[in-house]
Design a protein around this ligand. Sequence first.
Ligand code: BG6
Length: 518
Amino acid sequence: MATVQMKVSPEDLSHVPPARERIPEPGIMVIFGASGDLTKRKLLPALFHLKQSGLLPDNFAIVGVARRPLGDEFAADMRQGILEYGGADASDAKLNEFSKHISYYALSFDDGPGYAGLKAELDRIAQEKGIGDDRLFYLATAPEYFAPIIENLGAQGMAQPEKGRVGVVIEKPFGHDLDSARELNQQVNAVFHENQVFRIDHYLGKETVQNILVFRFANGIFEPIWNRNYIDHVQITAAETLGVEGRGPFYEKAGALRDVVQNHMMELLSFVAMEPPSSFESESVRREKVKVWRAIPPLPVNDAVRGQYGPGVVEGQKVIGYRDEERVDPESGTETFAALRLGIENWRWAGVPFFLRAGKRLKKRATEISIQFKQPPLLIFNQVLKGGTCQEIQPNLLTIRIQPDEGIALRFGAKVPTTPEMSVCPVNMDFDYAAAFGKSSANGYERLLLDAMLGDQTLFAHRDGVETTWALYTPILEAWATKNPEVFPNYFAGTWGPDCADRLLERSGHVWRNDLGR
Ligand code: BG6
């Protein structure tokens, strides 16, 4: 398909505000579960980049907390993590400077009295470095520790101090069904006010996800056609080529629906479907998202299908099946693929199907949203020339590529030149993020960590939102739990998933769009 590239010139970027407008007050970030992978791979590299970009104050401290006595080993390990995952500009001098801000405190998360020692240590660091009373507690632990940590912080008066701003960042999974999410919310809100709570979903930190809102609400031409009158259906795909990457025990309990659909994909859906918020302020944005989720009627169980990968070939490499992965039950019934159809019962969307699918070990890594428009009311040109053969005219398609080739493309029909008849060929108008703005090295965590330090909750999940999305998926999870699928595995690694996913769309005369990416 022919493609027209769009570029922005450097002058267009002149309005970008100087970074210093968004620097948090001096404070301490305390990372619980600091010896885990997330801290090393994502959090510390993100904090390092923020510091290099001049977005952290001079006086700040990072205190890692975990059970093992690590001492100085911790800073050395984090330094290694920054080198490995943090990009090329991690020179020795920059790392040495950054390492001065890192320290470690050994504590068992359920050792209540031990938190008094942590509090004293934080006060000592604050005094020594001239840091104020702002604290951000980041829970990067296994989910069973969320409640004890929160309770112990509360018991030691660390959640509601007399001075300073205190927040708590909670990693996913936030609960594993509606009841557990409700219980966790109660435990959290018994100690922290909702405006102190940052439930993180790293998809919301992705530039391209935020750009959905900019695309819709900073441009006048799309909103008038963004509704049931013009849109035929919407597909959202989160396809991964990776398998479970040594996370077997976690994934066995999660599965694709809990791992990415209930959270990341629902966030994408809300950005595509929500009404324009009255401002880009936390309350307005979050309220509109919840309204979308609440307008989704209960999902009939047969509108959701599941799959599990068997062995196959992914990107030219032979890979094993899910049941052969390390620490996975050889008869596992856990789904590594989920697809579903849902509707949004409001004036904008009534009757428009939304199809969601997510899976591991698929053919290609691509997270995309495609919005297929209706055909014109009367087709006066009835053929399309593609590869020399005639085909039906294709409807307009707007594709929002979240990753890895970030961009937006609009497909439309163009007259094929020099043919005597009016032959129509689909072409793409393509905006490519990297070509327009240069490749951004930021992972979602940078933006989200900064926002949490600044106390901005816009890009974090709210209590109501989490419970609403769990309420939607819990009946399906329960139905799936009572009945193991008869034939698992049901797709080969390196394909687009099981046949049942295709049949789900065929029922309404649709097909999955599989030519994802550029
Ligand atoms: C995580 C899931 O939340 O998101 C992983 O636990 C998944 O299983 C990952 O691989 C996908 O994130 P991204 O940013 O690579 O699309």
